[in-house]
Design a protein around this ligand. Structure first.
Ligand code: GLN
Length: 498
């Protein structure tokens, strides 16, 4: 069985582990070997075979004594290096935090540990989650398994690359402005960013606190449902986590819609297509793939309706004011005293701050700190930050107007397929590519990326689904129905299935 072990998703592994046709130790060994053989992808920043095998054996022992903790017990996963962990260094892929060890686990990490998962290691990302390509990692770029000369997207690029290359069945990511959805789209995996407040941010190294959310990347909606269920829930340590009941997301997938039939599981579902998501600027191959996925949804009983999100374009300046503003404040703690790298030589306190921060932060992080400090400064606050906050509310209102006519919203995740590494040097052009993920982030709405076939150069394209607040179950249900009828999510880079 060992050749095919890496091809099993989370749900499939759960079944095999429960039936004892495979042990957690066997899967873990197999994946550790794969991980070592795929170092060129740059997906992992660190791993610990001894520790993973010990966790796997502990899981097998629980199972032998009928004490398994549920579906995820014994399933190997890995965490984006934005989550702090006691078992591994936590660096946010920044020189600033090189070698940093946290005295505690992030809540999401602790929850997944308690569910019995085996942690293989920490995954590469853009420095402090700022970026959409993984090129901003201070350690190394992560590569797209479909074509290693290309980006896997970002900032959760290591997570996406690891799942797409079948190094792990699932991984955690974080999404501030698209960092779960966009890399999922560019590597052909499934990812969901839940409603803001669904998962605790405690122990997620903060980028933009009013936007940051945790989310899983896996191969299917069903696998994402299993992970998200374990990751969600109120946490008294995060005042923005919501006291919202957590549905059984995995069970919700199988719940038939009212009036649905076997052939028409989506009957009655109204999917809104914002006209702003289907205009110029989207690559022809991307539009074509997204449209083909929507035709499938129609075959399954859904109806497509036209809607409008008139302030879509404004989401770029709004996000790139609010996110840097919050980042400049969050990153002030890295001063070489309380946290982080400290310069070896300095003349006085100010010189120490200056040198430590100049040496510790990369170019994109510095750019955001400068933009953020500027838009918050006296005299500019009203013109930029306050204005952005007002527009943010209007963007959220636009969604509510659209949801009067539909149950879900659909469109592309990213305007193009994955570009080659090093081919974009203009930061503004890079920001523009976030146009379709930023609106849901600013509104705090749940969104997901579902594999929808291939576009230019035969590279993966993701279909974005956006739901209303707390409607993750509806998103996962629709994605699951689509995945039951199609096999885009089962496609993998040929080399990775071997
Ligand atoms: N690409 C966006 C940015 O650079 C989103 C990043 C994220 O979601 N963490 O800010």
């Amino acid at each position: 069985m060992s050749e095919a072990l890496h091809c099993l998703g989370v749900a499939e592994l759960a079944v095999a582990l429960a039936a004892k046709t495979v042990s957690s130790e066997e899967v873990t060994r197999h994946l550790l070997a794969r991980l070592a053989a795929h170092e060129h992808l740059g997906a992992f920043l660190c791993s610990d075979a001894e520790l993973a095998l010990a966790q796997a054996r502990a899981s097998d022992a629980r199972r032998a004594n009928d004490g398994a903790r549920g579906a995820l017990d014994g399933v190997p996963i890995a965490h984006k290096d934005i989550y702090v962990t006691t078992d591994f260094p936590s660096t946010a892929a920044s020189k600033m935090l090189a070698g940093y060890r946290s005295p505690f686990d992030a809540t999401v990490v602790a929850k997944l540990k308690n569910a019995g998962t085996v942690t293989l290691g920490k995954l590469n990302c853009d420095e402090f989650a700022m970026g959409g390509s993984n090129e901003n990692s201070s350690v190394k770029p992560a590569r797209n398994p479909w074509d290693p000369t290309r980006i896997p997207g970002g900032s959760s690029g290591g997570s996406a690359a690891a799942v797409a290359a079948r190094l792990v069945p699932a991984a955690t990511g974080t999404d501030t402005g698209g960092s779960v959805r966009q890399p999922a789209s560019l590597t052909g995996v499934t990812g969901i960013k839940p409603t803001y407040g669904r998962c605790s941010r405690y122990g997620m190294i903060a980028f933009a606190s009013s936007l940051d959310q945790a989310g899983p990347l896996a191969r299917s909606a069903e696998d994402c449902a299993l992970l998200l269920g374990a990751m969600s829930g109120y946490d008294e340590r995060d005042s923005t986590s919501a006291q919202q009941p957590v549905p059984d997301f995995a069970a919700a997938l199988r719940m038939p819609r009212e009036g649905a039939t076997g052939a028409k599981p989506l009957r009655g579902l109204r999917i809104g297509l914002p006209r702003e998501f289907f205009g110029a600027g989207v690559a022809a191959g991307v539009t074509k793939a997204v449209r083909a996925a929507l035709v499938q949804a129609e075959r399954l009983g859904a109806t497509l309706v036209d809607v409008s999100l008139p302030r879509t374009e404004l989401s770029i300046p709004v996000y790139y004011i609010i996110a840097p503003a919050e980042a400049s404040s969050n990153l002030s703690r890295f001063d070489g005293v309380r946290y982080g790298h400290r310069a070896a030589e300095y003349t006085d306190l100010l010189d120490m701050y200056r040198k430590s921060r100049s040496e510790g932060f990369g170019a994109e992080v510095k750019r955001r700190i400068m933009i953020g400090t500027y838009v918050l400064s006296h005299g500019y606050y009203d013109a930029y930050y306050l204005q952005a906050q007002k527009l943010r509310r209007m963007i959220a209102d636009d969604f509510q107007a659209a949801f009067a006519h539909c149950d879900l919203i659909a469109g592309p995740v990213a305007p193009t397929v994955a570009r080659t590494i090093g081919s974009q040097t203009d930061p503004l052009a890079e920001y523009l590519a976030d146009i379709f993920t930023l609106p849901a982030s600013l509104a705090g709405l749940p969104g997901m990326s579902v594999p929808a076939g291939f576009g230019e150069h035969g590279l993966p394209v993701g279909l974005q689904l956006i739901g209303n607040y707390w409607q993750e179950a509806a998103l996962l249900h629709a994605a699951h129905a689509l995945q039951q009828a199609t096999d885009w999510h089962r496609c993998a880079p040929p080399e990775c299935l071997a």
